[in-house]
Write a protein that binds this ligand. Structure first.
Ligand code: SF4
Length: 292
């Protein structure tokens, strides 16, 4: 399926690894927090927020017994706020169904709210040091280019699974993530620095268009524009709630920053409804919005 040599990748990665706080821990709660934060948010922004979050919610039990509103509040500025709700729900589930101890089992992890195939395997590999293989946008890109074709999720996962060297799951996954992030980058891969270019079908073929990574399993197509978007107005409304304000229906449009827009009222209403649907806000008896 793929002839990617493991040792050169491990050798390339050793000594190059950034000292990131989540790489110093094997606590599954801390690993889960870091993985959810790192989805959609840049590493540099996550580093201080990860530490701050764990100071407030050092264990799964502390988080579970806090209200979801406290977690949403702590998530301010990280974006994609549904992750905060999912993290709290996962904490409650682990506290109630697993006695506060994360299961070292793929299916049990996948059953947790907001935990998908990548995150579940990340907890197995980075907390429990098991030989699970993660396929995120960086790893997915490396695999597709190595094979030289767009991969389905099933094929990408099975290739990744087969590559993990026995007993080296933690180091291997970190190495593959770094290879994708630092060398096999989206727009300008530095193939001459790549430790596995000789096995790379795309490189050997002269990197023809189209890039097989585009549309391949695990490879994200990038985030849509935030400025001026529905997400931006919704985020403003949520920030208003985070400041402790209870927002009345007549104020939704101002809170979203859409008072001047023709469809501002309608979209502000939609934003309020979607915050409630996502568990990020609740309606009072008067129809006002507040944090849960
Ligand atoms: S040779 Fe280039 S395209 Fe292939 S895996 Fe390495 S960096 Fe990526």
């Amino acid at each position: 399926m793929i002839d990617l040599a493991v040792d050169p990748v491990l050798a390339w990665a050793s000594g190059r690894r950034d000292d990131l706080p989540w790489r110093r821990t094997r606590d599954p709660w801390a690993v889960l927090v870091s993985e959810l934060m790192l989805q959609q948010t840049q590493v540099a922004r996550v580093v201080p927020r990860f530490t701050q979050f764990l100071e407030r919610f050092p264990t799964v039990s502390v988080c579970a017994s806090a209200g979801v509103g406290a977690v949403v509040e702590e998530w301010a500025g990280l974006g994609y706020n549904r992750r905060a709700v999912n993290l709290h729900r996962a904490a409650v589930e682990v506290a109630e169904r697993h006695d506060g101890a994360f299961p070292a089992d793929l299916d049990a992890l996948l059953a947790l709210p907001g935990v998908g195939p990548y995150t579940a395997r990340a907890v197995l590999a980075f907390a429990f040091e098991l030989d699970a293989a993660v396929v995120d946008t960086n790893v997915g890109r490396v695999l597709a280019r190595q094979v030289g074709e767009r991969l389905t999720p099933k094929v990408a996962q099975s290739i990744a699974d087969a590559l993990v060297p026995t007993g080296r799951g933690w180091a291997w996954n970190q190495a593959m993530l770094d290879l994708g992030a630092l060398v096999c980058t989206k727009r300008s891969p530095t193939c001459m620095e790549c430790p596995v270019r000789s096995s790379c079908a795309w490189f050997v073929a002269g990197s023809p268009e189209p890039d097989p990574a585009i549309g391949s399993a695990g490879v994200s197509s990038g985030q849509s524009r935030f400025e001026g978007s529905f997400r931006q107005g919704r985020a403003r409304l949520l920030d208003e709630l985070r400041s402790g304000t209870v927002v009345a229906p007549a104020q939704f449009v101002q809170a979203c920053g859409w008072a001047e827009r023709d469809d501002g009222e309608r979209d502000a209403q939609r934003a309020a409804v979607s915050l409630v649907a996502d568990g990020l806000a609740v309606l009072t008896d008067e129809g006002s919005l507040r944090l849960p």
